[in-house]
Design a protein around this ligand. Sequence first.
Ligand code: CA
Length: 533
Amino acid sequence: MNKVVKQKQIGCLILCCMLFVCDGALRAQTFDRSVKTASNFEAAIPHPDQQKHAAEKLKQLHAKTGQRPNIVWIVVDDMGYGDPGCYGGGIAIGAATPNMNALARGGLRLTSCYSQQTCTPTRSAILTGRLPVRTGLIRPILAGDKITRNPWADEVSLAKLLSDSGYHSVLTGKWHIGEGEGLRPHDVGFDEFYGYYPAQKEISQRFDERRYPDLVLNEDLLAAFELIGPGVDLVHGFAGGKTETVSSIESTADMGNADQALADFSVAKIQEMAAQGKPFFMEHCFMKVHADNFPNSKLKGSSAAKYYYKEAVAEVDLHIGSIVGALTDAGILDNTFIFVTSDNGPQMDSWPDSGYTPFRGAKGTTFEGGVRVPGIAYWKDMIQPGRQSDGLFDLMDLFGTALTLAGVSRDSLPSKKYYDFVDQTSFLLHDQGESNREAVYFWWDAELTACRMREYKLHVKVLLPQTPNLQIDMATLQTTGLAPWLFNLYIDPKEQTTVGHRRNAWLASVGAKLKAHAATFKLHPAKRIGLDY
Ligand code: CA
């Protein structure tokens, strides 16, 4: 081919590509309603009237109670989107959830509420307002892991911010963000911790000879495991004070009763804190319904299905009722913001000891099944009963919302860190509130995989299980082909048929959002703490 002609052809191709990119970027601006107010904060959709209304509502409540509101987060471990009755499960799948249903009926049921795809990432993200890849907590810290630096050393937790502002901050239940000194809840901002450091499975595998005979019945292996295995103790720790062992789990029967003791503690603690007249932040993290589930000896047969997982769902629901009951009995329900959720989708690898999601994928993937979770916001007389919204809500938004409710200024946050939360106070409190979040970004390990904007979700990388239920233990990460996978979740909630490259406007728009998100890491590099594979 003539050299000049070839150069012209290459020139034309580059120009066409530039025009497409420019065109895409311009159109992206028209799709994107969010506005950045600071370079280190996630952009939010402005709703000035909604915001004014919410601020006035909070002011009136404060005038009535004379105290800042209490904040209670209830986090169920690995509960599926489809498990609670108010999300289509409940009685229909063998485990009634009357208490979660009542909260949903009395408040706001979110249908596009997102977690990270596993435990540690979600739990750390909601307490820091930052994506796991920014804090280094990109996956669960497991037996034998050696982290290279303390991820909390330069992070400021919500528990600390609230405690510094006069709240009593307490975490009950599962922690799962490290158990060495400097990593424990009462080292990183909680005034008080009453719970266990690891997940149920990491404790029960020492005792469950039916599921783990090769470990439990082999003395040498068990001894080796004990050297690196996480703790089995119920710990009561105080910031700057003592850390006591209350009891230890020594059998699967003990494991089954763990959540009863945790619920009893939270109920008593609520009574105590209400009597002290100081605002409080309580994060109650259930051990259940994460595998391996064992029955509460007092509650056997409380679900129609009778399977241990279903018994666990029914039990968790019962305890949620007790916690709400304690707030009611203490006369502080109208001054307490309650949020009920799950830290990720169901863990299908442990089926049938696992939950239900109507969506594609499960825990460990960034398809909807792994990250779309129940989200119930309840606040008597403050959140309009019976509301439902598909507005985007990332569980990290609880961080920014809690700051606003407690009257803690963003100026308290380190100015050199990037924050991914969006303050959703006005979305929750306005009777017809709309979400302030324009996009949700999905990460797996240190890989940016997908982005949702309105009803569209674009994947650039996907986790594909090589056998149906092993979405963690036998899944491979793959980069999508020439066109990213773009699903319209309104017509394709199971993410089965991409609308493909003919939707260039949306590809460009969501793609531009994803690229802008990736660009934030140039100024604010990801943190590594030794959890990369
Ligand atoms: Ca979990």
